[in-house]
Design a protein around this ligand. Sequence first.
Ligand SMILES: [Zn+2]
Length: 188
Amino acid sequence: MPGFAATERLSTSVAPDSLLLTQELLNTQGPLIYRIDLLDETGTAQEWLDGVLDDWQAVNPGQKAARIQLRDVDLAGLATVRDQLYGLVTGESDVPVLESPVTVTAGPDGVQASPGGTGIGWISSAVALELFRAQEQDLLRRLKRCQNPDCATVFYDRSKNNSRSWHDVATCGNRANVRAYRARQKDS
Ligand SMILES: [Zn+2]
């Protein structure tokens, strides 16, 4: 895995490969208190993107990952796609829409959909396809945002009854427990 893999740096549970790009893009933000947004600078954003596109290529052998050279102006575009994605995955954003071109081709195995467009458009298209497939396989409801309001980490809930709340029990879960404990002390 590349050094800037967004999800891995947050020590939380990684989604199946079919949601790789979606979870990665969402997790470029991470815990809001630390402010280490990988999309803040072109250098870190490019390093992250190169790594994640290599990984995407590895798990989608029949398709071709786009090669994308980010310019400063693209960072805002990428952040907008991320906001739209938050809206679709968590229902918390005002912009739950992702308009993306999809390429449909016919082959020996029937009709196949693959990401269309170029640059940021290709990324938006690739995550849109991931969302569709994840919903079909009933995986999408397991992709969740950490319930700590100061944390934007998106984790994949592997618990039996899909009941996990925190991206990491030791940090965000622990802080919530301490808060609840203090509140109880005050009340008694
Ligand atoms: Zn968290």
